[in-house]
Design a protein around this ligand. Sequence first.
Ligand SMILES: *Cc1c(COP(=O)(O)O)cnc(C)c1O
Length: 816
Amino acid sequence: MYTINRIASIVDASSVLANKEAAIEYLITDSRKVTFAASSLFFTLKTEHRNALVFLDDLYQQGVRNFVVQEEIDFSKYKDANFLVVKNSLKALQKLAQFHRLQFHYPVMGITGSNGKTIVKEWLNFLLSDSYKIVRSPRSYNSQIGVPLSIWQMNAENDLGIFEAGISERNEMDALRKIIQPTIGILTNIGDAHDKGFESRKQKLQEKLRLFQHSKIVFANADDENIKASIGEVLNTDIFSFGKNKNATLHITAVKKEQNKTVIEGVFENNTLHITIPFLDEASVQNALICWAVALYFKVSESVIMEKMAQLPAIDMRLQVLPAINGCTVINDSYSLDIDSLSVGLDLLNQQLLSKTVILSDVHEAEERTYIQILDILHHKKISRLIAIGKFWESLKPFMGSKIPIIETYNSTFDFVQQFHAGQFKNESILLKGARLFRFEDILNLLVEKVHQTRLEINLSNIVHNFKTYKKRLQPSTKMMAMVKAFAYGSGSVEIASILQYHKIDYLAVAYADEGVELRNAGINLPIMVMNIDEYGFEAMLQHNLEPEIYSFKILKEFTVFVQKQAVAQYPVHLKLDTGMHRLGFEEGEIDRLMDELKVNKSLVIKSVFSHLSSSEDAADDNFTILQAEIFRRCCDKIQNVVHYNFIRHLANSAGIARHPDLQFDMVRLGIGLYGVDTTDKGLALKNVATLKSTIAQIKHLQPNETVGYNRMGKISQPTTTATIRIGYADGYSRKLSNGVGFVLINNHQAPVIGNVCMDMTMVDITHIDNVNEGDEVEVFGVDLPVENIAKWSDTNVYEIFTSVGQRVKRVYVEE
Ligand SMILES: *Cc1c(COP(=O)(O)O)cnc(C)c1O
């Protein structure tokens, strides 16, 4: 246990201390992840784009009293708080973790490499957890911030540490080495990931190996010439090598792929050994070899290795957010249960706006203390209902107190399933988290709505990535409005708005009042601009605090009259200017009259003035864009001359942000880029957000002269195998894709459309693809088949493809 005073001296801080003896248990860098405010120390990290100081008031309100800051601030504002002032908060965090690490003398593994770090860490935990009390990095906490937070979890009760280290640039590894100080080094696969920050693969490899400079032993692949050469150059530690190379410490002599498993034979210390793993892919085989080598080094018995290897779990670090019965959503995180991963699941639950329910199982081999700690965490996270399943929970029931409003216990998953009825759950977010033994998939099946087999998978983490990518291109003071009109370009407006609200976007915009009402009903409290208003929506606008776009004298008059009738003053509105798009808006020649009217209008206040670029993505029209901007600027100046308060000016859409950095004004409006499509040639490295998937309903074998589909448009000239997939033009799969124009991906092979696309189904040619079965999954667009292709083949743009995905196609949300 550290006092704040002790930490001040460890990190060399000058300090302003109200309470020197304050005990610190938790370190936080993210203001949204406070659980135990009183015993938390917040590090205000400063990045190029934001200074965490802005969260201070909020944190103080939440009860946080201990802060590390990088600059002098007005400390008197926060009486009874402790401040440590340092040169660099991140360095201070790392220094503290480094100090903490030195308190422990048990073995610590450091894992680095390009791919597989998290899987190898989780599998090692799985293989060794019967013999050791392991502390390990939560999820993929492997960055300059994640590593110190992981190390902070070490304590005297553990006897083995397993930590990941990830780097994306040169010279980052030394800091991580000093914090982890691995006694055992593990190098996973070296691929091409994160190549950007490095001159060559070799340089990258050498940088990674710096993690192991003071390790006693390093595990590495014997079949990679680069690795062999670099290790010799950089390290002089013992090497435990594995691979087909005859000189490898663990010499692999055979790898046999069977129906759904791989059998691997190897020779270690002159004994021939076998393992079987429940995977077929090469990456899993490589990762299993590493774990096998480590298990042998730790002298795990042959029978335990064999038994555990056969049960290696699939590690999917993505949390799925699924639509469920009666307006509920389920966050499915039933891969494992321990306190660290529980916190990660709870953080995601906190982003949901419905009332919060947690379903938990007993924790493998935990003592009563752990259960009390869990109850405490749930209480602090304001969980409204706990459903606790397992004998241990049941036995604790009389002692649980009333910290959580509703607690229900069940002896077993079976009991829960027996007593389940759908009416028990309504409009709540449910986190489902159980140890594997408890088979929570049975509960999942009861809660989750049966998904029509065609679904649109939305990756929320990638939405955040894209948001940040654009944010980085803005001046720090420039605000951002996200366009969540048209069901957020088909992705689901409530879900997208929730995640953006969590990440503190400034503004949202929708097309119609109804869309805004839906967001308000779901608990979104950001300001919302409504672009297309008419008198029928006024009532709803005022009732839900939605801000209209005023684009004509007619609508100005009507809205003013309505607002006056309600006796409301200074209602915020947005003036839309027509600078050349000629869709909606006031033209330059109308500004004088507009301001004459607004000058005397006490009912409305101009929140922003904006216009829309017609061709921001198109270099050929750059002169026109510049002209639009000039008109916009002139109009804004005119307006500013009349009103004596500030309003927000905004012009640029996604392509405008990318191509015209000088046109950011006070705010930008991000649309298509958020959803992963860059319509410019700026190479923004956005991540794919939407993946449309379907399944195969039937497979047929056809002979020459037979035909496929309506009007017999699919002509068969040689023996052909077709698959009928569950998607048609009613789902948004355009009829223009008929007759070989479009293709889908099956087992990552192209399967062209054969015949005409039908309303609910489409036939594709799979003659050339092996191992296809009815029920198999089909990718219609996504990472491997960019939506731009579908747009091109369908003779339209990606906007239309996204917004045409039918409402009956279920949206499924994933988070990494
Ligand atoms: C839809 C829309 C945007 C967003 O455009 P993208 O090209 O999707 O970035 C911006 N402004 C207005 C007025 C819009 O209607």
